[in-house]
Every structure is written in structure tokens, then in C-alpha cells.
Write a protein that binds this ligand. Structure first.
Ligand code: COA
Length: 225
């Protein structure tokens, strides 16, 4: 069981993080994977009624990984927590299979009641860095939550939401003619141009043209046409 967990989770990290160069690297230096391993232990202890030891394991895990997962939270298979620092997953949160969470994501509560008060994420959900999903709401299968969004209402399957408060958006950059496979960072990889780089290139071109014109003006004889 643990072997299967490791095998498929390592593969998921390799598939979803372009920076992951080998399974060994993921195993050794990915805090998101380590936090899940600690969580498996904490969750077992919690289920066996050993609540304080479970909390202590979760606390140690937070200290070591920067990721806080309540021992009672339910995590699905092939979960990728990328970077991980600052992730908080509350007590009654439920996470489906093949979900991707980036750093600073909060699956938090909005009430002080003891019942279900944290979100449920369907399969294949991607949650961008810094996003907060709050309350007992459902995020449907394949939905995507933009970086830094604050989500307090349910999100339908396949929908992308961004902003504060989060609102649905249409993709303005279509992935050219291919199946909706996982896209690292929730964005299409094809035709992806770094906007900052594009801006710098445009400025360089403008500067080159200006230099050329200034050179021509300086070369003209004084009073000449
Ligand atoms: C939400 C997201 C998945 C949308 O990607 P997409 O489907 O390719 O959508 P587009 O880039 O075409 O954007 C659609 C619209 O939403 C806006 N938008 C996209 N992401 C946004 C965000 N996080 N916050 C606010 N607005 C956002 C775009 O400006 C665009 O608005 P417009 O229609 O007014 O031009 C992506 O922008 C995102 O936030 N991914 C998370 C990445 C991340 O956390 N990476 C961490 C790596 S360490």
C-alpha cells in the first residue's frame, strides 16, 4: 500500500512539475511529498483515537515542511503539493484524486462549529499559489482556482475562477488543438510567451530604432538638408 502510494505519487510529481528531474530528487527534496507521508501516519493515529500523538506528528510535519495538514483531513491519491510552504488544509477538508495545490493555498473554515466546515475538492482540481478556499463548499472535478483567488462559493466542474471574490473566467488563450491534459500551473504550455520578456524585447526593438534615428541625425552636416 505504501509502495503503491509512493510509486504513483512520485510519478504524479514528475508529470506535473517540469522542474522535477528524477523520482529520487522528488523523494529527497520535495516537502509536499514528505508532508503527505507524515500525514498518512498522523491520519492513522487519529483514526485509532490517538488524537494528541496525531496532532504532534502533524505539528512536527509542519515544522519540517512548512505545510500544515490536520490529521483528520482526507487526501486523495496522486496529490501534488508543489513548493508547499504555507499550505494549510483544515480538519474537515476533503481532497479528491489527481489534485494539484501550490504554495500558500488554504483550504479553510469560516465557522466555529465542529461539523463539516472546510471545502471539498473534486478530482483533478488545480489550485493556484496563494488561493484561499473557505467554507463547506464543493469545487467540482477539473475546476481551476487562479493564483491568489478567494473562493467562498461552490465552483462547478471544469470552471476556472479568479479574483477576490472569485468569479468564473473564460480562457482567453486557447491551448492549440490538443486534449485537455494536465497543464503545469493551470495554463496552456503551447504558445506561452512570458509577458515580461515580450515587453523587454519590444523595448529593445524600440531602443534600437531610436539609436538608429539619432545616429542618422548626428551624421547630418550642420545646416544641411
Ligand atoms: C487561473 C489560471 C489557471 C487561468 O489560466 P487560463 O485558463 O490560461 O486563463 P487566461 O490566462 O486566458 O486568463 C483568463 C482571464 O483571467 C485573468 N486571470 C488569469 N489568472 C488570474 C488570476 N490569478 N487572478 C486574476 N485574474 C486572472 C486573465 O487576466 C484573463 O482576463 P481577461 O479575460 O480580462 O484578459 C491561471 O492564470 C493561474 O492563476 N494559474 C495558477 C498558476 C500558479 O499558481 N502557479 C504557481 C507556480 S509556482
Amino acid at each position: 500500500m505504501a509502495f503503491m502510494f509512493l510509486r504513483e505519487t512520485l510519478r504524479a510529481y514528475r508529470e506535473r512539475d517540469p522542474a522535477a528531474r528524477s523520482r529520487l530528487e522528488v523523494l529527497l527534496v520535495y516537502p509536499g511529498l514528505h508532508a503527505q507521508l507524515w500525514h498518512r501516519l498522523a491520519h492513522r493515529l487519529w483514526g485509532a483515537g490517538l488524537k494528541l500523538p496525531a496532532r504532534m506528528v502533524a505539528h512536527l510535519s509542519r515544522f519540517l515542511t512548512g505545510i500544515e495538514i490536520h490529521p483528520a483531513a482526507r487526501l486523495g491519491r496522486r496529490l501534488v503539493i508543489d513548493h508547499g510552504m504555507g499550505v494549510v488544509i483544515g480538519e474537515t477538508a476533503e481532497v479528491g484524486n489527481d489534485v494539484t495545490l501550490y504554495h500558500q493555498v488554504t483550504l479553510g473554515g469560516t465557522s466555529l462549529g465542529h461539523g463539516k466546515r472546510h471545502p471539498t475538492l473534486g478530482d483533478g482540481v488545480i489550485v493556484g499559489a496563494g488561493a484561499k478556499i473557505l467554507g463547506d463548499i464543493m469545487i467540482g472535478d477539473g475546476a481551476r482556482v487562479g493564483a491568489n483567488a478567494v473562493v467562498t462559493q461552490p465552483v462547478a466542474a471544469g470552471v476556472t475562477v479568479v479574483g477576490i471574490p472569485a468569479r468564473p473566467v473564460e480562457r482567453t488563450r486557447k491551448p492549440a488543438g490538443r486534449d485537455p491534459v494536465f497543464e503545469a500551473y493551470g495554463t496552456p504550455c503551447e504558445n506561452l510567451v512570458d509577458p515580461l520578456l515580450a515587453e523587454i524585447e519590444a523595448l529593445r526593438a524600440e531602443l534600437g530604432a531610436l539609436e538608429h534615428r539619432v545616429g542618422r541625425v548626428l551624421r547630418q552636416p550642420v545646416g544641411g538638408q
